[in-house]
Design a protein around this ligand. Structure first.
Ligand code: ACO
Length: 369
């Protein structure tokens, strides 16, 4: 019998409506559209509304991924959410997603590996599926970076945006799917990109708020150097582990931090620049959510053909890095779903929502007793 493999069978994304353009930023800090475009490749990014959070975006991206996969929330047995901007320090954002989607059988936890979070979460889910512990996993990355970026710091506020992306992973015994995973870290660079306060080292106080210690701090130049070295290294490693050569890669879906980082990495890999998928012009850096949102858009633009060797590669705070090599198996465009099936699924989600409200109500009543 063939070994268990992990396939991506569903994908989804959610980005907030509100756009923050370079021109908008010109009116806020000492910067220019020309500087941002030429140094980063970014034109605009999406910013959450007052009501939106990392969990609300994750729920929408996750629900879309389930729709594409054509499976109901009760078949999901594992939910992993990658985020550095959870709704709360605890409970995990994954648990909020689990309840809202009505995934009553799922274990749920968060992974914190900054921009590499989605790749780390895929690696963990892949191993849990291959080992036979779980069959259907929902892996989501979601970020509301606008809530931890100092709006007056031109070094960071021009770079980051909000959004969420998700995939459904399924155990099969077919060929293809996730072929290899590579992950790494170097904590000696922890201070290069950090949110200093809000954890146990500097809990929130009036002073930490006044000193702006809840905003992220970044040494952009050092991160830039690190990224241009680590992205090609992680790509080479995962391709070699999968038994291929770099020139076999049909598409690289890199972390969308800076077009110059991606171009430098592609040059070092001796791959043409058009083999990297880019959407950072429209969204900026959405940290962990960048790769799954880019993956979704690459699929929907028809950039992935069945049998293609695809590499997802990320880097970020920690420092962390990681890559996944996969052989693309899902068909595109999708087959049409019947009306009856669609209504049935919608009812399923509605039922999950009402169940969540009823449970919350019952916990409140019990607390009062
Ligand atoms: N507008 C205008 N000028 C600016 C801006 C701005 N928004 N930001 C910085 N500058 C100035 C600097 O102050 C500096 O001025 P100086 O020479 O008078 O001191 C000048 O522009 C050049 O600055 P550099 O830092 O040399 O610019 P560089 O070309 O390195 O680009 C950037 C800066 C875009 C931040 C780049 O270093 C970069 O992309 N680094 C990687 C950042 C990154 O990817 N972070 C996310 C990691 S993922 C995660 O885990 C969240």
């Amino acid at each position: 019998m063939k070994a268990r493999t992990t396939q991506i069978v569903g994908w989804g994304k959610y980005v907030p409506e509100r756009r923050l353009t370079n021109q908008d930023l010109e009116g806020r800090v000492d910067t220019s559209d020309e500087w941002i475009r030429s140094r980063t490749g970014i034109r605009e990014r999406r910013i959450v509304s007052q009501e939106e959070t990392s969990a609300t975006m994750a729920i929408r991206a996750g629900a879309s991924a389930l729709r594409v996969a054509g499976i109901g929330p009760r078949r999901i047995d594992l939910i992993i959410v990658a985020t550095i901007t959870p709704d709360h320090p605890f409970p995990s954002t994954a648990c909020l997603v689990q309840a809202a989607l009505g995934a009553g059988r799922a274990a749920a936890f968060d992974v914190g590996a900054a921009c590499t979070g989605f790749v780390y979460a895929l690696g963990v889910a892949n191993d849990m599926i291959r080992s036979g512990t779980y069959d259907n996993a929902l892996v989501i990355a979601t970020e509301t970076l606008s809530r931890i970026v100092d709006p007056m710091d031109r070094n960071t506020c021009v770079l980051f945006g909000d959004g969420a992306g998700a995939v459904v992973l399924q155990a099969t015994r077919g060929d293809g799917g996730i072929l290899s995973v590579s992950m790494g870290s170097d904590g000696s660079g922890a201070e290069l990109l950090i949110q200093p306060a809000g954890g146990s080292r500097f809990p929130a106080t009036r002073e930490t708020v006044e000193e702006g210690l809840h905003y992220m701090r970044m040494n952009g130049k050092a991160i830039f150097r690190f990224a241009t070295h680590v992205m090609p290294r992680a790509t080479r490693e995962v391709v070699r582990k999968a038994g291929f050569r770099v020139e076999d890669v049909a598409l690289v879906i890199p972390h969308q931090a800076n077009v110059r980082i991606i171009e430098a990495a592609m040059k070092r890999l001796h791959l043409p620049p058009d083999r990297a998928y880019l959407n950072l012009e429209r969204y900026g850096n959405m940290s962990a959510a960048s790769i799954p949102v880019a993956l979704c858009e690459a699929i929907e633009e028809g950039r992935l053909k069945q049998g293609d060797l695809v590499v997802l590669v990320g880097f970020g705070a920690g420092l962390t890095w990681g890559s996944v090599a996969l052989s693309w198996t899902a068909p595109w465009p999708l087959e049409k779903v019947s009306w009856g099936h669609r209504i049935w699924r919608r009812l399923g989600f509605r039922w999950a929502y009402w169940r969540l409200l009823l449970r919350r109500l019952s916990y409140r009543i019990l607390r009062r007793r």
